[in-house]
Design a protein. Structure first.
Ligand code: ASP
Ligand code: MG
Length: 405
C-alpha cells in the first residue's frame, strides 16, 4: 500500500465527463489499496475567465480581491470531483486551501506555502476517505485567501506530498511527459523517461510549461519523487529524479525557451560601488523578478546595465527604472519587449566542452543575432529577437541530435 498524491490539471477536469473519468482513475488506485490525495486545478479556461472579469472592472485588480475571486475556480472542481467519487462508491471529502490548513505568506497572487497542518487530511485518509484538495490556494496568517501564482496547483500537490511523506507525487496533465522541447514548435521532439531535478528546474523556469517551477524546487528540496504523466493515455510518463553516478548522460537533455521576456537597459551610469544595487534594489522591492543581468565593461567611468524581466512586469519595471535613472544621472533608459530566451539544458554539459561553440555556430548559420548570453553549469541561455524563436529552437534541436530515432 502506498500513499499517492495525484494532481489533475485544468484540461483533465475540463468537463463533467472528464471529472467522472478522473474519479474512475482515482477509484482504481484506491481499490488497489492505495491511500489517495487528489489535488485539482480549475476547469480549463476558468482561471483566465475570472481574470478577465476582474480586469473588466479594475486593472490592475486589487490583489486581495483577485485571490478571493480566483480561488473559486478550484473550489468548483473539488466539490464536483468529491461528488463524482461518492457516486461510484468511493467515499471522498473535498477541502479548500483554507480548510486543508495550507498556510502561506501574504503575497497575494504569488504566495508561498510556509506550512501545512495535515492532521485533518491524515485522519480522513486513515478513515478511508479519498481527500480532494483545491490546488493553487492557501490562507495567510490573517485568514485571508491567497493564491500561489499561475500553475500553482502543481506546487500544492508537491507540498501535500512532502507534508504527508507520500510515496510519489503524480502530476497528470494533457501531455504524456517532459519532452526535449515543446512539440508544438518542434514536432520531432522526444519524450524523456527521466530527467534530473536540476534539469527540470531549468526547463520549467525557462518556460517549458509542464510544471510550475516552484513545485520542482519543493520536490527537490523535500525529496518527493515526482512523475509527470498523461490523463488521457496509458504510459510511464517522465520521472523527475536525482542525478545518479555513472548514469550515461546525453550532453543535452532539452531546449527550453521563454516567450514572456523583456529587457531593460540603463545606459551611462557611474561605474562605482552600489550602482547595481541602486538600480536593481527598487526592482526587487516592487516584487519584480529579475532573470539575466549583464553589466558592460566601463568606458570613461560609466557603464551600462541590462537585465531581463517577465513581460508582464515590463511597464512597471520601465517606470521604476526611469525614476532611478534620474537620480543616478544616467544617460538613457532603453527597453525591448519583443525578445525571447532559448536555453540548452543538460547535466551532461559539465563533462563536455564545446557546447557553447556549437550553439553559437548553429544560430549564426541561421543568421540569428544573439543579444545576451548567460551560462551556468548545466545551461546556456541566449536572448534573441522574438521572430527567430521557432527557427532557433528547431536548428538547435537538430544540431544536438535530440530528435526521435
Ligand atoms: N487554475 C490555476 C491556473 O490556471 C492554477 C493551476 O491550474 O495550476 O493557473
Ligand atoms: Mg498547469
Amino acid at each position: 500500500m502506498a500513499l499517492l498524491v495525484q494532481k489533475y490539471g485544468g484540461t483533465s477536469v475540463g468537463s463533467v465527463e472528464r471529472i467522472q473519468s478522473v474519479a474512475l482513475k482515482v477509484k482504481k488506485a484506491r481499490d488497489e489499496g492505495h491511500q489517495m490525495v487528489v489535488v485539482v486545478s480549475a476547469m480549463s479556461g476558468e482561471t483566465n475567465r475570472l481574470v478577465a472579469l476582474a480586469k473588466a472592472i479594475q486593472e490592475p485588480s486589487n490583489p486581495r480581491e483577485l485571490d478571493v475571486l480566483l480561488s473559486t475556480g478550484e473550489q468548483v472542481t473539488i466539490a464536483l470531483l468529491a461528488m463524482a467519487l461518492e457516486k461510484i462508491g468511493c467515499p471522498a471529502r473535498s477541502y479548500t486551501g483554507f480548510q486543508a490548513h495550507i498556510l502561506t505568506d501574504s503575497a497575494f497572487n504569488k504566495a508561498r506555502i510556509q506550512e501545512i497542518d495535515d492532521a485533518r487530511v491524515r485522519a480522513d485518509l486513515e478513515a478511508g476517505f479519498v481527500v480532494v484538495v483545491a490546488g493553487f490556494q492557501g490562507v495567510d496568517e490573517q485568514g485571508d485567501i491567497t493564491t500561489l501564482g499561475r500553475g500553482g496547483s502543481d506546487t500544492t500537490a508537491v507540498a501535500m506530498a512532502a507534508a504527508l511523506k507520500a510515496d510519489e507525487c503524480q502530476i497528470f496533465t494533457d501531455v504524456d511527459g517532459v519532452y526535449t522541447t515543446d512539440p508544438r514548435v518542434e514536432p520531432k521532439a522526444r519524450k524523456l523517461d527521466k530527467i534530473t531535478f536540476e534539469e527540470m528546474l531549468e526547463m520549467a523556469s525557462l518556460g517549458s510549461k509542464v510544471l510550475q517551477i516552484r513545485s520542482v524546487e519543493f520536490a527537490g528540496k523535500y525529496h518527493v519523487p515526482l512523475r509527470v504523466l498523461s490523463s488521457f493515455e496509458e504510459g510511464e510518463g517522465t520521472l523527475i529524479t536525482f542525478e545518479e553516478d555513472g548514469m550515461e548522460e546525453a550532453k543535452i537533455s532539452g531546449i527550453a525557451f521563454n516567450r514572456d521576456e523583456a529587457k531593460l537597459t540603463v545606459r551611462g551610469v557611474p561605474d562605482m560601488p552600489g550602482v547595481a544595487y541602486k538600480i536593481l534594489g527598487p526592482i526587487g522591492e516592487a516584487n519584480i523578478e529579475v532573470d539575466m543581468i549583464v553589466q558592460n565593461i566601463s568606458h570613461d567611468g560609466t557603464t551600462d546595465l541590462t537585465f531581463t524581466v517577465h513581460r508582464n512586469d515590463y511597464r512597471k519595471a520601465l517606470a521604476i527604472l526611469q525614476e532611478v535613472a534620474k537620480g543616478l544621472n544616467a544617460r538613457e533608459v532603453l527597453g525591448d519587449d519583443t525578445i525571447v530566451k532559448i536555453s540548452l539544458v543538460g547535466v551532461g554539459m559539465r563533462s563536455h566542452a564545446g557546447i557553447a561553440g556549437t550553439m553559437f555556430g548553429t544560430l549564426a548559420k541561421e543568421g540569428i543575432n544573439i543579444r545576451m548570453i548567460s551560462t551556468s553549469e548545466i545551461k546556456i541561455s541566449v536572448v534573441i529577437d522574438e521572430k527567430y524563436l521557432e527557427l532557433g529552437v528547431r536548428a538547435l534541436h537538430e544540431a544536438f541530435g535530440l530528435a526521435k530515432a
